[in-house]
Design a protein around this ligand. Structure first.
Ligand code: M6R
Length: 607
């Protein structure tokens, strides 16, 4: 979602601000802007659409100044047009905002009654007026901000620049991330460490309610109550190279191909191959006493949760509830003492998932989180952090984070079973053996990239596509449909294959391709029966199976995609590859913006 960067520097900052915005493009946005403080003025430049608009605007109207803020906006309140683009400004103050000010209407009414006029439809503009009003009344910037922050309800990360104080910026966070970067004679604000990667590796992560004043050589951080606090400065480890495409055409493509490496990397933290054992990070609670698991997530992470439900129930015989984070709190879930609440998130910042985590903490649940960004809010707030080691995921469509989540969840479910006395040493060794086979099987699946690219033209013209799967491959059908929808804009649905004849089969005709995920194994015959019901009605099937499955059932299919023969435990990891590649090549064939599809943001930090 919105990206923020701010620099208090020693020379003109506009070019570096735009560079910072470029590094945050992956977050998703629909307009951009910057504002510098220079020579007793605030110089604001904004443009709708991609960054090139802002770059052109700056070429025509340069903005000098060694202090400035910049923003990529993902529209929430008000259309993605220039007047709603950030920064929002008065004569005295300009600011950028990530999040939603929930009480903006009442604040706007108050400000209007005070004679102030608004130029945008955004929730953000009230904040700039509230601060500006106090400055116009003679308050110093920090006093004005200290007075205004407690009046804001909702979520925000803010970066604020002041006309009459060109050597400082103020930043604040509540609900949306913001980091402080420490440079050599310069200081920075950013939405994440990646945004600041070429500028500095020295990062302090603001905590909930913190706000900070930065100058060229200092950062004064205060908490919600205004007390000065220390936040550790850490080496971020983020490098500019992490967000480069290398020889690939798109980040999504690069990330799909990274999967064998990052899954192996992730498994290294959860398995002890020599001893053929599953090994989890130190756990401070008795996992064998957990009698119920609640898994909460969104999007692709939710589909990882669906797969995990099969594993937890099958191996550890523990009942599992799964829920979309956006629904979870509002259905008043019954959370009994002794339950484990597990949150899955690539970013660790998804607003709904984070809110659900905090709700579960209030309800006395033990909190575990499978998270890819180790410095994220969820990672910091969990009792048990189970990191995925996928590295930065830049493409909006989640790929490598998903397979790494599955790797962690498979290990966790086996560990759970071992601790409950439901998996003996021999069975544990089998699980370890199969998980260790995953990277090679992912490589074998990737070998079919060219075949999949060659058949993308069969899917690209479709208006609707169905994906079918059974058992743990059903979530993969949902994931395949989500991937196709989000990057190729083709309407797609995933169904449990046995559900077809309860309604969706009415959709079948020869214009609706049906992608069937059917590894040979215990559920193969039943899935193929459902596939044949589709074919009997003129449906055009793409069968994704192994050589044996294809030999058995591939004959009348429009196309087949061959996967290596894999153990059912790792089938969801391996079968993720063809659905990702299919969506990718269809999107390329359609010419859509693969890495930054329309309307989408990488990390959804508003509810
Ligand atoms: O960062 P998270 O895993 O919490 O994000 C959840 C979803 O927003 C995310 O998976 C989204 O659905 C992706 N665009 C799917 O490719």
């Amino acid at each position: 979602m919105c990206g923020i960067i701010g620099i208090v520097g020693q020379r003109d900052v506009a070019a570096r601000l735009v560079d910072g915005l470029r590094r945050m493009e992956y977050r998703g946005y629909d307009s951009a802007g910057i504002c510098t403080a220079h020579d007793g003025q605030l110089l604001r430049r904004r443009a709708e659409g991609k960054l090139v608009g802002l770059v052109n605007e700056l070429a025509q109207n340069p903005a000098s100044g060694s202090t400035g803020i910049a923003h990529t906006r993902w529209a929430t309140h008000g259309a993605p047009v220039e007047k709603n683009a950030h920064p929002h400004a008065t004569e005295h103050v300009a600011l950028v905002h990530n999040g939603i000010i929930e009480n903006f209407k009442e604040l706007r009414d108050e400000l209007r009654a005070d004679g102030r006029t608004f130029e945008s439809e955004t929730d953000t503009e009230v904040v700039v007026h509230l601060i500006s009003r106090r400055i116009e009344q003679g308050l110093a910037p920090e006093d004005a901000v200290a007075e205004v922050l407690p009046r804001l309800r909702g979520a925000f990360a803010l970066a604020i620049v002041f006309r009459d104080h060109p050597d400082m910026l103020i930043g604040a966070r509540l609900g949306s991330p913001l980091v402080v970067g420490y440079g050599e004679g310069e200081m920075y604000l950013g939405s994440d460490a990646l945004a600041l990667a070429p500028l500095t590796q020295q990062i302090a992560y603001l905590e909930e309610g913190d706000w900070v004043t930065i100058t060229r050589d200092s950062a004064t951080i205060r908490d919600l109550d205004g007390n000065t606090v220390e936040r550790a400065v850490q080496e971020s480890g983020a490098t500019a190279a992490m967000i480069e495409k290398g020889n690939y055409n798109h980040f999504m493509q690069k990330e799909i191909f990274e999967q064998p490496t990052v899954v192996a990397q992730t498994l290294r933290s959860y398995l002890r191959p020599g001893e053929q054992r599953v090994a989890l990070p130190q756990i401070d609670f008795d996992i064998s006493s957990i009698d119920r698991v609640t898994i909460v997530a969104c999007g692709t992470s939710y589909y990882a949760a669906m797969v995990a439900k099969y594993w937890f129930e099958q191996f550890a015989r523990v009942p599992v509830d799964i829920d979309f984070a956006s629904e979870f709190r509002y259905r008043e879930p019954v959370l009994t003492k002794g339950g484990l609440a597990l949150f899955i998130s690539q970013s660790g910042e998804t607003a709904d998932t984070l809110a659900a985590l905090r709700h579960c903490r209030e309800q006395g649940q033990v909190i575990a989180a499978v998270v890819n960004v180790p410095t994220s809010s969820m990672a910091r707030e969990a009792d048990l952090l189970l990191p995925t080691h996928a590295g930065p995921e830049i493409g909006v469509a989640s790929t490598k984070a998903f397979t790494c989540q599955l790797a962690v969840l498979a290990a966790l479910s086996a560990h759970f079973a071992v601790k409950k006395g439901l998996m003996d040493r021999e069975e544990e060794a089998e699980v370890v053996k199969h998980l260790l086979e995953a990277p090679a099987c992912l490589n074998a699946a990737l070998d079919h990239d060219e075949d999949i690219a060659a058949m993308a033209h069969l899917i690209a013209p479709a208006r609707d596509v169905l994906y079918l799967g059974r058992g743990a491959d059903f979530p993969l059908a949902l994931e395949g449909a989500l991937k196709l929808k989000e990057i190729s804009y083709i309407h797609a649905e995933g169904y449990a294959s046995g559900e077809m004849k309860h309604g969706p089969i009415a959709l079948i005709d020869d214009s609706v391709p049906v992608i069937v995920l059917a590894p040979s194994g215990p559920l193969f015959d039943k899935t193929v029966s459902n596939m044949q019901e589709v074919q009997a009605r003129g449906g055009k099937v793409v069968l994704i199976s192994d050589a044996k499955g294809i030999a058995q059932a591939g004959e009348d299919c429009m196309a087949v995609i061959e996967m290596p023969k894999v153990h059912p435990l790792i089938a969801p990891l391996v079968y993720a590859v063809p659905v990702q590649l299919l969506a990718y090549h269809v999107a390329v064939a359609k010419g859509t913006d693969v890495d930054q599809p329309r309307n989408l943001a990488k990390s959804v930090t508003v509810e």
